[in-house]
Design a protein around this ligand. Structure first.
Ligand code: MG
Length: 380
């Protein structure tokens, strides 16, 4: 049996809601390509991300915790997979385009440099005179320019909706209002990192479950766990509470989104975008957004994590070491651009060494950065 574009079009017509982004309505790609005989445009985008070097390197990039012993905590890749899993659940429940949602989720963090936000902040300072550095902008550079896999074009030549979604993450007001597929991934990212950072932080001894349960959002989850399972303690209780925290937020988002879609009679992508622009709702025109009560609970949780985890003495101590390591390697390469691989060497000539060196360092995994630091500067 031959599968043709007509097959995926009719499949999408069957399962997607009118507010979903249908692949046949895509604005296409910067470099026009022939339709694939059996993959939809967004399936191709998904596969291009999975096969990219930038995606593979997420396996060895820091999410939050860098130099701790143990192998429990999330890497940038496992964070990405948790986001993708949550986003797919949301997408299916809302009859959105799962191919597009998975693409956006898998790609959303490919612009992160090694060593987490400390790495990003350091590169941003080093490029202060060159327009700065931001992981969301960097993801677009990778998609459009840096990743070279195909002879016909630079970058990955992804569908314009994928580039547009990534552009909304820059939050500089230049992107069109976000599709529901984009909103789902943003919401899933937030649910994933709030809960898994709390889980990792407890595992690493930065906070206790009892402290976490003092927060209203977590206390409610713990009460539901108690109703369902009776008395749990220790790690069993922790896993049940954090699972409930994800499950509850996902269910709540689906319910809120369905209410808004019905109340606002939204039955097209155009109306999704129009609602974003004109709505005065607390969700800022987002349809996939929690209720005020849950949003407040999330804010409290995030403030708590900021104080107790992201600004903890252990994380801040690593931060200083990261800044020093990246700054020294950056300076070393800026003096010796010829030491970089051919593409980066050429771009150092075309656009100046600092930006090309930042592109090179940003692409490194944590461990490759360590190897390079050792090789170039002779220290570990
Ligand atoms: Mg993320």
């Amino acid at each position: 049996m031959t599968i043709t574009p007509a097959d995926w079009q009719s499949r999408e017509a069957l399962i997607l809601a009118p507010w979903a982004m249908h692949a046949h309505a895509s604005r296409g790609r910067v470099h026009a390509e022939q339709p694939h005989p059996f993959r939809s445009p967004y399936q191709r985008d998904h596969d291009r991300i999975v096969h990219s070097a930038a995606f593979r390197r997420l396996a060895h990039k820091t999410q939050v915790f860098t130099a701790y012993p143990g192998d429990y905590h999330r890497s940038r890749l496992t964070h990405t997979l948790e986001v993708t899993s949550i986003a797919r659940t949301l997408a299916r429940a809302l009859s959105l385009n799962e191919d597009l949602v998975e693409t956006l989720a898998l790609a959303h963090d490919i612009g992160h440099p090694p060593l987490g936000h400390a790495g990003e902040d350091t590169l941003n300072e080093l490029l202060a005179g060159e327009g700065g550095f931001n992981h969301n902008r960097q993801a677009l550079r990778i998609m459009e320019f840096l990743e070279t896999r195909y002879p016909q074009f630079p970058g990955l030549n992804l569908s314009l909706e994928v580039l547009e979604a990534q552009a909304t993450r820059k939050r500089d007001g230049t992107a069109p209002p976000p599709l529901l597929e984009t909103q789902v991934v943003d919401a899933a990212d937030s649910i994933a990192y709030d809960t898994h950072d709390a889980d990792d932080a407890i595992e690493l001894g930065l906070l206790t479950l009892d402290e976490l349960i003092e927060l209203p959002l977590v206390a409610d989850a713990a009460a539901r766990v108690r109703d369902r399972y009776g008395l749990l303690i220790g790690v069993e209780l922790r896993r049940a509470v954090l699972h409930e925290l994800v499950d509850f937020q996902v269910a709540e988002l689906i319910s809120c989104a369905r209410i808004t879609l019905a109340a606002e009679s939204i039955n097209s992508v155009a109306l999704v975008r129009a609602f974003f622009t004109t709505s005065a709702s607390p969700g800022g025109g987002r349809i996939v957004t929690p209720s005020d009560l849950v949003a407040t609970g999330k804010q409290q949780l995030e403030q708590f994590l900021f104080q107790r985890v992201y600004r903890s003495e252990q994380v801040m101590r690593v931060r200083v070491a990261v800044q020093d390591k990246i700054s020294r390697l950056f300076g070393w390469y800026c003096q010796r651009p010829a030491e970089m691989p051919a593409g980066y060497r050429q771009r150092a000539l075309d656009m100046g060494a600092p930006r090309s060196v930042a592109d090179y360092i940003a692409g490194m995994s944590d461990r490759y950065l360590d190897w390079e630091y050792q090789r170039c500067l002779g220290v570990g």
